[in-house]
Ligand binder design. Structure first.
Ligand code: FE
Ligand code: FE
Ligand code: ZN
Length: 297
């Protein structure tokens, strides 16, 4: 089975998406995800047409399908709370434009935190803002991410995501990104991923599952924490993650790693090349840190 697998990569000022493709290829990935600027702020530079063209040419040569590539919206955009509503709508509208200019079709977005307003009001706010952003001409699908349920986060139950989608006018422009660490922390049992897919199918519909974030978790099921762990090193475990990665019901859905960098005295290094290698080999690598550090010498 042909895995569509990649990781979070950077998007630099000088190379933009061309740099992202080159980084993804260095991990032997066939897709990737990036933020169009820093994840924690909304400062964004214009998209460079020439660099975008070079990135597309390289992807064509290397058999990376642009439809599998993902952009993640900055996580400070909070549509659930009506504070900064106009700014958020304006930013997201411009972000959708940038994503369209890049030729990318999927934008992952955290639904947001209601910060005391309550889930129902939070969902209403998200719907209002999405309806202000999406038009009949929008080419990007906004993929609402399943959340861990930390604090007042919305989207830790499939029912909440379904309620958002139901309220959106252009429903063909909204889908879901399922994050394995987040659903574990929200209480879903990854020992039986097929049961999770059944539930997702019953509530939302599997055709709405556009992206999977494959992460292990530092915390036990139901902890509502959201701390990612390297593949096979957390509470979900290598075999359960393989069952997600190789499940034939979601074969065509891109799988993206957002596992933590390996931090040592020598520096901080991306683990993705070796995580992708162990996933392809279906064999757990119990010396990930050693391999990653040696590779960066
Ligand atoms: Fe996310
Ligand atoms: Fe995620
Ligand atoms: Zn997370």
């Amino acid at each position: 089975m042909q895995l569509i697998i990649g990781s979070h990569v950077s998007f630099s000022k000088d190379k933009q998406m061309l740099g992202s493709v080159i980084e993804a290829l260095s991990y032997k990935a066939n897709t990737f995800m990036f933020y169009t600027g820093a994840p924690q702020n909304t400062n964004r530079l214009p998209i460079d047409e020439h660099l975008t063209q070079l990135a597309h040419n390289l992807m064509l040569n290397e058999n990376i399908n642009i439809d599998d590539v993902i952009v993640h919206a900055p996580y400070i955009v909070n549509l659930a709370n009506d504070k900064n509503k106009d700014f958020n709508i304006d930013f997201l509208t411009r972000e959708v434009k940038r994503v369209e200019e890049l030729g990318v079709s999927k934008l992952v977005l955290h639904p947001g935190s209601h910060v005391g307003l309550g889930i129902e009001k939070g969902i209403e706010n998200i719907i209002d803002s999405l309806n202000a952003v999406l038009t009949p001409d929008t080419k990007v699908t906004i993929c609402l991410e399943t959340m861990a349920g930390k604090g007042t986060e919305i989207g830790s139950r499939f029912e909440e995501l379904k309620a958002i989608i139901d309220g959106v006018t252009y429903q063909d422009k909204v889908a879901v990104c399922l994050d394995t660490c987040h659903i574990n922390d929200a209480g879903y049992d990854l020992d039986d991923f097929n049961a999770i897919l059944d539930e997702f199918d019953n509530i939302i519909g599997l055709d709405k599952l556009y992206v999977i974030h494959v992460n292990d978790s530092k915390n036990i099921r139901g902890a509502k924490k959201d701390r990612h762990e390297n593949i096979g090193y957390g509470t979900i475990g290598f075999n359960n993650l393989l069952n997600v990665l190789y499940n034939d019901r979601i074969q065509k859905v891109p799988k993206i790693l957002e596992t933590p960098y390996i931090n040592t005295e020598e520096g901080s290094f991306a683990p993705y090349k070796f995580e992708i290698e162990m996933i392809r080999a279906k064999k757990f690598n119990d010396h990930l840190e050693t391999d990653v550090v040696a590779d960066n010498k």
